[in-house]
Design a protein around this ligand. Structure first.
Ligand code: KG4
Ligand code: ZN
Length: 391
């Protein structure tokens, strides 16, 4: 099955083309085309993601990325197409709020042969609603013009499946999975533990009561005068301090670490950093490294404590780390060590580095399994949903 996947939930615009074979007992994927544009540099100016700007950038980038992904997959063939007034009007109504995209859409599709695609997978949520809508409407327009079905994909399921996929030089493989699977999803908008007891069916085990982990990284980085996104910046400084092996002068709380639930809270930790900086005054370079390390340690301790508790309570056979924060070197290292020591029977799956942050390949992976089950969305009805949840 050939899939065209589209992701626009936050600050990455991405289009990928995948070829999928098999079912969940043994599935294989070839990535035929993968085009991605990150808006990080643009949002850095604002110190965070600005929804209206994200939306505008997605609208500008989708057509060129579609062409790039199709070309890489050798599916971009020149041809002259004509569209009936009815199709034109329907598409224009869909893209009414993105006139620039409407124009680029027809300029491009008029000159290309309908590509050999069986299904369009698009992120329907969660994420920034204005950003999601651009991708959803674009997918609907393509579906209309090419008469290809759509799968509405949950972005978090994409993060889970990209962590379950193992890659070698040629392909991604999803096979030999032992259920139940516990997933710790940590990103800019999410911090949750979800359990997949049966294939693609989820139960929420725990979640943050306030800030998401990525959000805490970004806010603390901002307090320390570091650029957006703060996660990788803090990670860099913390790693520096681990190498230097300095004596730690700072001590931060580990909120909710020992309570009875599998829930999290990170806003108190963030506030503790704020007060610490206020009291301490300007931080030297080495103190920034030290504070980064202590913050990263506090976050990691809490994440591990809750995950370990959830592993015990659920008896999960597989543990998955997913979401942008799972790119963090220290979190990965600690989870690998602790799983091996404390839960040796559990298989740990961590996404390949290039699949940790938002991308369209993961949307294609998740979409594929729903397409196999013919779980297609009704283009006339389905909507982007910024708060879409897994369970
Ligand atoms: O999944 P993602 O790309 O977008 C969302 O769906 O939110 O996650 C982005 C988040 C940001 O908060 C960013 O600071 C964080 O992931 N992040 C990291 C690292 N790389 C990205 N946090 C900690 N350490 C990292 N290395
Ligand atoms: Zn994400």
């Amino acid at each position: 099955m050939k899939l065209l996947a589209i992701e626009t939930s936050c600050d990455e615009t991405a289009v990928a083309i995948l070829e999928g074979m098999g079912d969940e007992t043994s599935a294989r994927f070839r990535i035929r085309g993968n085009a991605l544009l990150s808006q990080i540099e643009i949002h850095r100016e604002f110190g965070g993601v600005f929804p209206a700007v994200a939306k505008r950038e997605h609208a500008k980038n989708l057509v060129p990325l579609l062409e790039a992904a199709l070309a890489e997959a050798e599916l971009l063939k020149e041809d002259t197409q004509s569209f009936s007034d009815e199709v034109r009007n329907q598409v224009s109504a869909l893209l009414e709020r993105e006139p620039e995209l409407d124009e680029a859409f027809f300029a491009s599709l008029r000159e290309m042969e309908k590509p050999d695609i069986d299904c369009i997978c698009v992120t329907a949520g969660p994420g920034l609603a204005p950003a999601l809508w651009v991708g959803v409407n674009f997918a609907k327009a393509l579906s209309l013009v090419w008469d290809v079905p759509i799968v509405a994909v949950n972005h978090m399921e994409g993060h889970i499946l990209s962590a379950l996929a193992q890659s070698d030089a040629e392909e991604l493989r999803i096979e030999g999975l032992q259920l139940p699977i516990l997933a710790l999803l940590i990103s800019g908008g999410h911090t949750e533990l979800v359990l997949m007891k049966e294939w693609l069916s989820y139960e929420l085990i725990g979640q943050t009561k306030d800030d998401a982990v990525g959000e805490a990284f970004d806010k603390v980085a901002r307090m320390m005068g570091l650029p957006y996104p703060g996660g990788p910046e803090i990670s860099k400084l913390a790693e520096q301090d681990r190498e230097d092996f300095s004596t730690m002068p700072f001590s931060l709380p580990r909120p909710m670490m020992n309570d009875a639930t599998c829930d999290f809270s990170f806003s108190g930790l963030k506030t503790a950093v704020l007060y610490l900086i206020k009291e301490h005054g300007e931080l030297s370079e080495i103190e920034k490294d030290q504070l980064s390390r202590e913050f990263e340690d506090a976050v990691t301790d809490v994440l591990w404590a809750k995950t370990s508790k959830a592993l015990e309570e659920t008896g999960a056979s597989t543990l998955v780390l997913g979401g942008g924060v799972s790119a963090n070197t220290h979190i990965r290292r600690v989870f690998m060590e602790k799983v091996a020591q404390q839960h040796p029977q559990v298989a740990l799956r961590i996404p390949a580095n290039e699949l940790t942050t938002d991308n369209a390949v993961m949307i294609g992976l998740a979409g594929y399994f729903h397409a196999l089950k013919k779980e297609f969305a009704d283009p006339a009805r389905f909507e982007a949903n910024g708060n879409l949840s897994l369970a």
